[in-house]
Design a protein around this ligand. Structure first.
Ligand code: TRP
Length: 331
């Protein structure tokens, strides 16, 4: 089945909490580069976020904050479909059906479920368990070909593939079988405090994470404290120098330079100077983005109009698949 001529890309970020530099470099930055060549759907997956208890008022605000960030980093709502998952009922509708084609055994193997249920022992809700099925619905609803996600979400894309293949085997060629998209400039940003761990918006140590809306002072402070190693040489070596390598990746990404170029500039400079250079390039990149963000965030009417226009388009895109699913018969 096909919905449009360009291949479809779907990805999503949970709008709970503040978006981080990791979200930008690992996801948003690449999305901006995809918007010409693909039919892109970039969702704020609010239904996924409520598998962990949210404060409803705060969460509502955070959804708009995240939307304004999407727009401020350069996602164009004319070229892309930027929408709240809950505005498109077909996600929930398809998710229920796919629940009936997903096995408890395979969901039990999901590492994210194991992690999250370990961390939220007082709220191991059923939504947390079927989270990957809703994610499969997000993806399969639009005949998505490519799904740009980080390594931690690959297992979920695998399950979406398995469900699609299982369904197609029974009912014919209903779903496009999606694949993980590996961007040419894929970069995984690590915690500033434990550089072998992914940068996360929910890290207990606020110094481990750069938020996209951090002020210049905060950025300078966080970088000063960033963990490096006991040597003094700025060299890219992920295995032996994960802290320094992470800072190099960050600086290269925000200044659109190559790691090699930065390494040669930093030769003989020591970590103090290097960290200042990283902080400077971050501030230089973040400041104009934050100014755009402020303007957008103050314009509630505009944000609402983006959500409405995109949701209307997206509802149409998903309609065909859902209808086909409803009328399928065994082959
Ligand atoms: N689970 C993803 C994450 O936490 C977010 C997500 C939800 C997603 N639905 C998706 C990503 C569909 C890609 C495609 O990162």
């Amino acid at each position: 089945m096909k919905t449009t001529d360009k291949p479809v890309i779907f990805s999503g970020i949970q709008p709970s909490g503040e978006l981080t530099l990791g979200n930008y470099i690992g996801a948003l930055k690449n999305w901006v580069n995809l918007q010409e060549e693909y039919t892109c759907l970039f969702s704020l997956v609010d239904l996924h976020a409520i598998t962990v208890r949210q404060n409803s008022k705060e969460f509502h605000k955070q959804c708009y904050d995240a939307l304004a960030v999407y727009l401020a980093v350069g996602l164009d709502p004319e070229k892309n479909n930027i929408f709240l998952q809950s505005h498109v009922p077909a996600h929930s509708q398809l998710a229920w059906i796919l629940n009936c084609y997903a096995y408890v055994g395979e969901l039990n193997r999901m590492t994210q479920f194991k992690d999250k249920s370990g961390k939220n022992k007082d709220n191991i809700n059923v939504g947390l368990f079927t989270y990957p099925v809703l994610m499969a619905a997000d993806i399969l609803l639009y005949q998505t070909k490519l799904v740009p996600v980080g390594a931690d979400q690959k297992q979920h894309v695998e399950i979406a593939r398995d469900i699609a293949i299982r369904f197609n085997n029974i009912y014919g060629d209903i779903f496009t079988v999606p694949e993980v998209y590996h961007p040419p400039l894929g970069a995984r940003i690590m915690s500033l405090q434990e550089p072998t761990k992914k940068m996360s918006k929910s890290d207990d140590d606020a110094g481990a994470t750069i938020f996209l809306l951090d002020s210049p002072d905060v950025i300078v402070k966080k970088l000063k404290r960033a963990v490096t190693d006991s040597e003094a040489e700025v060299v890219y070596d992920q295995k032996n120098k994960p802290g320094v390598s992470n800072l190099l990746t960050i600086m290269a990404a925000v200044s659109d330079r190559s790691v090699d170029d930065i390494v040669s500039e930093m030769q003989g400079q020591g970590y103090g100077k290097f960290k200042t250079a990283v902080a400077d390039s971050l501030v230089e990149f973040l400041q104009p983005m934050q100014e755009r963000y402020k303007k957008l965030r103050d314009d509630q009417a505009y944000l609402d109009s983006v959500l409405k226009t995109c949701a209307e388009r997206v509802v149409k895109l998903g309609e065909t698949t859902l209808k086909t699913v409803y009328i399928t018969e065994e082959r």
